[in-house]
Ligand binder design. Sequence first.
Ligand code: EPZ
Length: 427
Amino acid sequence: MSSYLISGGRPLGGQITVHGSKNAALPIIAASLLHRGVTVLRGCPDILDVRYMLEILRSIGCEVLYQEDMLRIDASEIDLANLSRECIGKMRSSILLLGAMLGRCRSMALDYPGGCTIGARPVDIHLAALEQMGVHIEEQDEAIHCETRGLLGARIVLPYPSVGATENLMMAGAMAEGITWIGNAAKEPEVVDLARFLEAMGVTVYGAGTERIGILGKCRLQDAEYTVMSDRIVAGTYLLAAAGTGGEIEILNVAEQHIHCLLHVCEAMGCQVRMTDRGIFLKSARRLFAVEDIHTQPFPGFPTDMQSQLMAVLATARGETTIYEHIFENRFRTAEELRKMGADIQIKNNRAVVRGAAKLKGCQVSARDLRGGAALVIAGLMAEGDTIVENSIFVERGYQDICKDLTQLDARIRHCRDAHKGRIIGK
Ligand code: EPZ
């Protein structure tokens, strides 16, 4: 089992450019299947979830060339017969393939994408909307069998602004007869990035970033070259790490409007935040303050993907904060690990009450999910002494090289295959 070994108690300092966004790259890679030709993506992050998605594309006959941060996908010829069910099961984001595959091949069977530790992750919103577009869906023995005689544009209103369902429908709409309107659509920046990529391929998209998106179907598609947006969650993770360690850092390539809500919370905790001509600068305070209630919401509200990382920082802030997790039903599991380090966190239903302790103490903890693992890394950087964060594979799903990035920001952290034999840096 691989782990991170962290020697805590040092403020972060320096500048960093964060890698491309996982949650933009995954739908964009799926959308490359819409076109019987070549897509070139720049800034695509080299992370586990992207590798799983590329394995799926290779299994159906795509030619995939990944060199440094340039990814070339040739989807001229695809055949679902060899679809890698193993990879499908590894990653629930594989549901994002449905819209593009139905548009291209008119049928697809995929195993129910696994839930994960943060929640059941149902796909009912995706399926109900695709049925409105002329897709016949049968669910048999844990698999979803979909087929269509041809996708039809429809006026759809989502019961919840699901990010993945919005993205799936945008891809299906690109291949449908007529125009597809998506009401109560997700407004996340990653949805907008997908829309920009679709436009680069020749699709006409209306209203991306608003709650009403229109997609004009059957556009003539073309080879496209596109640069994926930077990862706002990775950027937010590093800003919170600087906040929690009393440091000061500058993130060079993230848009303020993509993490405005998080920056507002950092200022409320006592950090100085300002825009520079290259990005965002944050200077922490000696000891942070707890903040009023935090509610995770769809964009532009506070992102659920930053909830665990904020909880770690609040664990030593002066006062008490209540965090309400409204999006995923099981996203407080990291609290148990933070308690081992001395955090005072009480969980009741979807509420976590965090009372700031004076200090965290380094110890051995286990990551349970992607963002929870990143939160434990932050806690290790804040803590007195050494911390081992086990199950680093969770973090590798969404962070290209968190050790390299944090070392560049003056942290003492290293990755090792077997922590029990490893030594903390500098010892
Ligand atoms: C995307 O997941 C992101 N993943 C998640 O990031 C992110 O937390 C989430 O959006 C919310 O912002 C990717 O983009 C690959 P949803 P997604 O559909 O699309 C319920 C990370 O850490 N729901 O907006 O799965 C669902 O259970 C990951 O990078 C249904 O009930 O999120 C959840 O409660 C974690 N039925 C809520 O909606 C459905 O058919 C939000 O889900 C679909 C969703």
